[in-house]
Design a binder for this molecule. Structure first.
Ligand SMILES: [Zn+2]
Length: 74
């Protein structure tokens, strides 16, 4: 009977078949593959964000008063 057959989907990460509706992790065959997919688009986010540059600290320059620039003397 076809009705008894489980709905299988291919894992988008490794292509391994798994029962979609049996698993709360969706189309992924394992939590690991889910993390791989998650890490994939997280990587995109990291790539968009630029590294810290000196000019990023310019707005903080106004915060430092004269006393902050003086070396500490006992
Ligand atoms: Zn997989």
């Amino acid at each position: 009977m076809f009705m008894a057959k489980k709905s299988l989907v291919n894992c988008p990460i490794c292509g391994k078949q798994n029962a979609f509706f049996d698993d709360p992790i969706g189309p992924f065959c394992s939590a690991r593959c889910k993390m791989v997919d998650l890490g994939g688009w997280l990587g995109e986010e990291y790539r968009i964000s630029e590294p810290l540059q000196p000019q990023h600290f310019e707005e903080f320059a106004e915060l430092s008063g004269d006393n902050l620039d003086q070396p500490e003397h006992g």
